[in-house]
Design a protein. Structure first.
Length: 278
């Protein structure tokens, strides 16, 4: 029995090390390449660690944007991310609250539509949305990168599951004390659902920060494009010879995602631990 437990423990450790290698190796290679010289990158023998760290690759990558800086793309990415997350909270929270705590005609049909939207690829809706944005005269601006994402089926589903765990007695007591629906949402539901909200914010941040296809097809000017498009253009400008600069640009793109994940990881674990499916 003890031998069996030891074998299971060793197997678990080996599996964790394997997963760490699978997911960690690409990041290690990206950082290593971003710090190498051109000679090391183009060497026939792979260079795992640079002899000298070349941080000037990051400076070169940052200065490759229009006007000698990536600031325009970074500003656009920040505007899009903040706008999408803010508008999503304004739409998703009341919707999840209604599905969790209200009974109304057509509730099951509406929630079924949310589940269908959850399974539907965004590519299916691209053409209708593009035509609609074009008709409204919003193409080649930041609006087409914001408006299609102000609602999120997964966020509604996850937050609904979390709201269902909150006892109705708390809501009824608050209403007896004169609390309005908005006050119940803001002072009871949302504070008690911080892990789920943190997860939604993280997933929305990662999705919008890494979005490449939407800003590429909705804009044709650098003034309205985001950082992922700029990194792709960096690859086209630098070519094969300067992969160290391209990798430095990718590291700049990935860094905010890693920082946000480290900040919100505990809340994410809590959200999936306590949001039982009903």
């Amino acid at each position: 029995m003890k031998i069996k437990k030891k074998l299971i423990s060793i197997g678990g450790i080996l599996m964790k090390l394997l997963l760490l290698f699978i997911f960690g190796w690409p990041f290690f290679w990206m950082i290593s390449t971003s710090l190498q010289s051109m000679e090391e990158v183009n060497s026939i023998t792979p260079t795992f660690l640079p002899a000298v760290a070349h941080f000037e690759n990051y400076v070169e990558a940052w200065c490759s944007g229009p006007g000698g800086s990536m600031w325009v793309f970074l500003k656009n990415s920040l505007i899009v991310v903040v706008a999408v997350i803010g508008l999503q909270m304004f739409v998703v929270v009341p919707a999840a609250y209604a599905f969790a705590k209200y009974e109304f005609k057509g509730k099951k049909i509406c929630f079924g539509a949310v589940l269908i939207a959850l399974m539907m690829p965004t590519q299916i809706t691209f053409l209708p949305i593009y035509l609609m944005m074009s008709e409204w005269g919003l193409i080649n601006s930041l609006w087409p990168q914001i408006l299609p994402f102000i609602t999120n089926a997964f966020a509604i589903f996850l937050l609904r599951q979390y709201f269902m765990q909150i006892q109705n007695e708390l809501i009824e007591a608050a209403k007896i004390d004169g609390a309005s629906e908005w006050r119940v949402i803001m002072q009871i539901m949302m504070p008690m659902s911080k892990p789920a909200i943190a997860s939604i914010v993280l997933f929305s941040f990662v999705g919008q920060w890494n979005e490449y296809f939407w800003p590429l097809v909705m804009t044709n000017a650098d003034a309205y494009r985001t950082l992922p498009v700029a990194i792709a253009q960096l690859k086209q400008m630098e070519g094969v010879a300067n992969w160290q600069v391209v990798m430095a640009g990718n590291a700049i793109l990935v860094l905010p995602v890693v920082l946000v994940y480290l900040f919100a990881s505990k809340q994410i674990m809590k959200s999936f631990a306590y949001s039982g499916i009903k």
